[in-house]
Design a protein around this ligand. Sequence first.
Ligand SMILES: [Zn+2]
Length: 451
Amino acid sequence: MKRIGMRTKFMLIFIALFTICAVILVSSVFKNGASWSMHPANQDLFTDGVLKYESEISDRHGALLLKTSGGALIYNDSEAIRRSTLHAVGEASGNIVSGVYTSNRSRLTGYNPVFGAFSLNGRGSDMTLTLDAGLCASAYGALDGRKGTIGVYNYKTGEILCMISSPNYDPNDPPAFGDEIPPEYEGIYLNRLLTGLYAPGSVFKIITSMAAIETIPDIYERTFLCEGGTYIDGEWIACMGNHGNIGFESAFSHSCNAAYAVIANELGSETLEQYAKKAGFGETFEVNGVKTSASRIDLEGISNANLGWAGIGQFTDLANPYNFMLLAGAVANGGQPVKPYLISKSGLMPEIRLNKHEKRLADEDTAEALKAMMRNNVIEYYGDGTFEGLHMCAKTGTAEVDDGEPHAWFTGFLDDETHPYAFVVVVEHGGSGLSVAGSVANTVMQAAVGV
Ligand SMILES: [Zn+2]
């Protein structure tokens, strides 16, 4: 009896071990199978990194963006479309990791964990993106060769309509360079919308305002003195204007550095940092499997003067453009952003998606108050005539940098039921936020409402 007992015990242990191993194997096949079989070295599926199966990636209107056919990649006929959608679509080398051709290639083969990448007729799965190729081409034209990024998304549904990053190149004629990348191609494989980090300048005043609205009870009744700037602890914080006595809302529309440096000091470093984090700083977002770079702020042990600089988006603040596009969409949508996405359909079936949400970036009342202030910026200062026919709500940023002209920012949204679009524009070393990035935003948003 004793021997049988021992044998049963061994048997049970053996069965338990076997079951554990089987579970680990099956779950890792489900989890990693796609990336294992999608490795470009898999010769059943790839020739020189190009998918053998025929499949097509198209824009929201069915325009061809990229087709794999007979081991070759075929792009749209228009160079502007090829260049402007390069960072969203991808290319053969896989250097542009944000491109769906690289980040979501398993979907193009119709891969599933049970049958693998199995095709009877040599055809894979097609993919439809939410992008509007014509709009991307317009945005590419508006950047006019300057480095930077433009993103537009529908803040009610999450569809990304435009995602462009510059510099880019024509995938039909890729640039050849060795290890040393020439300055004009610096960061060329980087998707600046998702992974760029820039000094935000005055677009950061959106966040300082959020904190002020919620924590300084009489903020709307207050006035601040601007004498072309102000002293904080003996250090001069220069303003771009000389605004005299100025109230909160006008200080926002005229982007008064003196007022916001004082406000930042009233808030204190902890409160300002807390609101920056609430607005997405320190957070990595994800778009169809591609992760964004987290915006950065660190105010620990900061001096009062530097806190003044941080409150106007200078000091060591670094912002990710996608974060600000999402924040603009959140303000437009009562503080709760709908999660942006790029792939609307792959395989035979449309993506099954209810609107997914990112974490709330602002309280509802605060979002409403900010929305009114961003609308007021256009009415009071930028001018509705600058954005003819658009119900524009926005904030400029002219971010001073050490290595040349300031980065020009413009972010906001259209308060328009038919065209609920939020956007961000960054023109690197572009100069003025309003005249440079604002003008690019106008061109792009005019094209967006026309499409
Ligand atoms: Zn001022």
